[in-house]
Design a binder for this molecule. Structure first.
Ligand SMILES: [Zn+2]
Length: 210
């Protein structure tokens, strides 16, 4: 378990990322601040293509946040990890002079054919062995990977603020029954509920008080 300050730092990054705003100019500012605050996650990435990855990961983080259970949440976190890893690979391949040429030689799809193996076996009069390359290992333990593992560990605290106007709705609960990200949102939601109640009941109340 990482020390508290490190855990808080990781949770801040996750909420920052999930809460990136939806309008273009606000998104640009928030993204700049994201890149600035977490150089260990974004340094060395090509700014031209990183936008796409940032938005994809944001979409997946939100899906993880809104997930009804751990199975679904872990799936979206896994997809976010895969997306980040692919982004690094594509970038590496396109910055390497031989990368683009080599990729076309990597076989896609089926690695072996059982019928063909049987024919070979008959020809060679031997029982053929089935062999597959072992699956690819998980990526290196980067900072991003650490953050995502942490998210999987505390996923049951991921919550969406109940105040509909909350500017920063994705948060981690500190108490089990916490419904609002902050006292300010709880107070604002209460004021709104009172206003709504008054609006719906004012005629009746006024009639009564006459
Ligand atoms: Zn809120």
């Amino acid at each position: 378990m990482p020390p508290d300050f490190l855990a808080r730092q990781m949770e801040r990054l996750l909420t920052h990322w999930a809460n990136l705003p939806e309008t273009l100019s606000r998104l640009r500012d928030a993204k700049r601040s994201l890149l600035h605050h977490y150089p260990e996650i974004f340094d060395g990435l090509d700014p031209e293509t990183t936008d796409d990855m940032i938005l994809h990961v944001q979409n997946l983080l939100r899906a993880a946040w809104e997930s009804p259970d751990a199975r679904s949440r872990d799936w979206f976190i896994f997809k976010a990890r895969l997306n980040y890893k692919k982004h690094l690979e594509i970038q590496r391949a396109s910055s390497s002079p031989i990368g683009n040429d080599l990729r076309q030689f990597i076989p896609k799809g089926a690695l072996f054919n059982l019928e063909q193996l049987q024919i070979w076996g008959k020809l060679l009069e031997t029982e053929p062995y089935i062999w597959m390359a072992p699956p690819e290992k998980p990526p290196a333990q980067t900072q991003f990977e650490q953050v995502m593992s942490h998210f999987q560990g505390i996923g049951n605290k991921a919550a969406h603020c109940k105040y509909s106007e909350c500017p920063w709705p994705y948060f981690f609960r500190k108490r089990n029954n916490q419904q609002y990200c902050h006292q300010k949102c709880a107070a604002a939601a209460q004021r709104e509920a009172k206003r709504r109640w008054w609006h719906e009941n004012k005629n009746r109340v006024r009639r009564k008080s006459k």
